[in-house]
Design a protein around this ligand. Sequence first.
Ligand code: PEP
Ligand code: MG
Length: 876
Amino acid sequence: MRRNTHPQPLPCVDPIPSYAAAKQKGAAVQNNPHTTLITPDAPVATITHGGRAKCLQRLVRLDMPVPRTVALSFETVQAIADGHVPDIERILEQFDPTVLLCVRPSSEDPDWGGPGAVLNVGMNDARYVDLSDKMGADAAAALYLRFVQTYALHVARLDPDVFDDLLEDGQQGLSDTLRAYEEETDEPFPQDPGEQLAAVLQSMARAWDGTTARLLRQAKGAPADAGLGLVVQQMIPGLGRGECGSGVMQLVDPTTGQPQITGRYLSQSQGRDALGAGTGALYLARDERGPSLEDVAPEAYAELQQHAKLMRHKLREEMQVEFVIENGHAHILDGVRVPRSSRAAVQIAVRLAEDGIIPPQEALMRVDPHALNELLHRQVHPDAERDVLTTGIAASPGAATGQIVFTAAEAQASAARGEPCILVRRETSPEDVRGMHAAAAVLTEKGGMTSHAAVIGRGLGLPCIVGASGLRFVTKKRQLMAQDGRVFQTGDVLTIDGTSGQVLAGQPQMLEAALDDSFQTLMTWAEAECDIGIRANADTPADAQTAQNFNVQGIGLCRTEHMFFEPGRLTVMREMIFAQTPKGRAAVMERLLPIQRKDFVQLFRIMGGKPVCIRLFDPPLHEFLPTNRTGQRELAEALDLPVSDVERRVAAMSEYNPMLGLRGVRLGVTVPEIYDMQARAIFEATLEASQEGEPVVPEVMIPLVSACREVELVKTRIDAVAASVASEQGRDFDYRLGVMVETPRACLRADEIAPHCAFLSFGTNDLTQMTYGLSRDDAGRFMSAYVNQGVFSEDPFHVLDTDGVGELLQLGVQRGRESRPGITLSVCGEHGGNPESIAFCRAAGFDYVSCSPFRVPVARLAAAQLAISHQVGADP
Ligand code: PEP
Ligand code: MG
C-alpha cells in the first residue's frame, strides 16, 4: 500500500480504533456531552467551541437561514485526537438521514487557521444513485468524486499522484477514482456515513495536533494549548428548477478594504450540469465575465446583501457570507471575518468606527501593530529603471534592497551590523525563520504561494519572491547566476520586488508606502491615546522627513557619525585621524564644521521646532580607515604620505575589542576636537534655524558614558563652546545636555550622572551587548542555536530582555529620577520600536521611546493599545 509521502500536517501517531471496528465489536463509544446542536440558547462559547461555532449561533439568533449544525467542543475534539471514538450516533441523529454533511474547523480565533473543511460526508453508492435521479448523474458523480478525493488525501492519506492519471470527470472519473482508492488501500471506499464521519473527525482533530500546524498558529499568536472545535453541518444540495449554486459575498474589497460588493458565485443551474466545472460561474460584480447573481436571482442577491449588512452591524465586523442558493432562495452556511490584507484591516477598522459600529478605541485594538509593517513597506518607484534578472512568484508584497546572503546565520550577522540583506535560499525551512526575521527580503529558488518562505514571509510582512527558477542558485559557491551570464555573490546588491515578483540587480529608486486617509485617521486616534512619547531615530534629512510624515514628537537619536561616511567628508575625517597634534586636528575639523552645521540646520528645519537629540561621535576612529591595500594606497595618495605611514597608522589604531575600546565619550575625553567641532556646528545651526521660526532647543547627547567624570569633562567643554558661540553671535540660546546610558555601570551610577544632565537616553543595543557580554556583530552565529535550545527565549537584540537588561533599566530609571526628579528618560535602542519591549518601557516609566522612522506607526499603535488596555484593565 502506498501512503502519502509528501510532508503532511498530520502527526505520525498509532492508528486509533475506527468507528466501524468499534461499532462491530460493540465497544462503548465515547458519549461526550460536548456535542451540541446549535440553537439560540445552546451553551456554545468561543472559548469552548471556537469562533465559527459561536458565530453560527449568532447567525441563528439573528434568524438567518442557517442549516442545522452541531458543534463539537475543544475538549471533545482533543479526546478524538487522543484516540477516543466520538459518539457518532448522537451526532447523526441530529440530522435527516438523507442529507450530506460537512465538517469545518472552529478554532478560538479564526486567524489561527485549522484543517480544511471536508464536504459531502455521507456520500456513498446508494446516495449517488438517489442524487443521480434528482440532479443528474454527472452532477451527482462530481459530488461523490470530490468527497472521495478529499477523503483519500486527507483521511486515508494517500499520495496525490495516485489520482494523477485519472483525467476523466463525471461518472467515468468517479468509478476510476473509487477503483484507485480500493487498489491503494486494499479496502473499498467506506460506505457507512458514520464510519466516514468518524474518520473525518479523527483526521481533522489530529491535523490540529501536528507540529507544523501548531508552529504556524503559534506564529499568529495562538497559545501552545489552543483548542480546536469542529462543526458538523447539514449540506444544502442545491436541487431544484430555480437558480442553484454556492458562493461567498462580502461588502468590502479584501485587498483594499474599500466598500464594494465582492465575492464569487458558482452556478449549478446556468446550463451546466457539473458543479465545480468552473465554466457556468456567475460573478457578483457586474464588471466580471457573465451575468451577475443579481441578474439571475435578484431576490436571493438582495437577501444576501441584507444578511451581510446585518452581520456587519450585529457582529460588529466586516463579514464574508458563505451561502448556497437553492431554487432562488439563499441559505447562509457561515459567516467568517473577511480575510484581509493589512491595508484593508486598517480601512475596515476605521470605517466601522466612523460608522459608529465600534468605538475608535476598539478600532485601534483591532489592528495588529506588527501588521502595519506591510502597509508601510516601500515599493519600487513606478518610473525607476528596472534591471530585471528574473521574475518569480510574488509571494509577499513590498520591495527591499540589500546585500545577498546565503544562510540564516549570515542574515542575522548582517542585521546585527545594521546592514539590510536579502536572504537567498533554495527553499526555506523552520530553521531559517530567525534568518528571515533578520533579512530585508527573501528570495527562494523553489516553492509556491503556500510554501514555507511565502507563508512566513507574508506573516512577517517581508518582501518575498519564491520559485525564482530563472536564476541558478549555486549555494555551495554562494552564487546566483542570471540567464544573461551575470554572477552575483555574497555582498552583491539586489532588490526584491515582492509585489511584482521581479528580482532586480542593484538599487532602483524606491517609492515610500502610500499611507491613505484611514491610516492617518488611525494614527491620529492612536496618538490621542498614547501615554508614552514616540520619537524617531533619524540620521539624515530623508529619515527626518519620513519621521515627520509620521508626525513624530521629535528625533530621539541622530547618529552623527553616519554623516562622516559620505563622499567628500571621509577623506577629511581621515586627514583628522592622521593629524599629529590637537592643533592640527582642530584645523582639519574646521573644514568639517560648515558641512556639519548644514546637516543640523536641515534637520532642525525639517523638524520645525520639535526636539532633535544629536548624539556626539560614537564609533572607533579606525572604522574610517581603509582595511585593504588598495584603499590604503589611495589614502596615501590623497594625504600625500608614504603608504607605509598609512599602514603603520592603521596598525597602531587597531584594537582587540573595538566595541569596548576607544569610542564614544572616550574619544570626547581624549580627542576633544571632534566634540568641540560638533558642538559648535550644533549651536551655530541652532541660531541659524531659530531665525526662521520657533527657537530651536537642541539636545546634545554623550554616548557610551560609564563614569560621572566623563560627563563633567565633556560638559565643561560643551558649555564653553556654547558660551563662545553665543558671545560671537551676540544671541543667547538654550540647549539640553544628556547622557546615553548604554553601559551597565552608567545604569548603576545613574544617580551620580543624572544631576549633570537634562535627560538620560538608554541605548539598549549596547546595553544588551554589555549586559550579556555578547557581541552585537557576532551573536548571529549562534543565536538560532541558543533560541532553538531555549537558552534565550528570544534574540535579546530583537526583543528586550526584561529580566536582565530590564533590571538594569529599572535601576537606571529609579536612581536617575531619585537624584534628579523631572529628568527626561527614554529608550533609543532598536527595542524602542518593538511592541513587546514598549510594554516594558511604558511600565518602567520612560517618557518616550525612539525607533527607526518606519517603526514609528507600529510603536505608536502598540503604545496606544497598551494605554487603552490599561484603562480597561486588560492586556492587549
Ligand atoms: C544603542 O547602543 O542602543 C544605540 C542606540 O546606539 P548604537 O546602536 O548606535 O550603538
Ligand atoms: Mg550604542
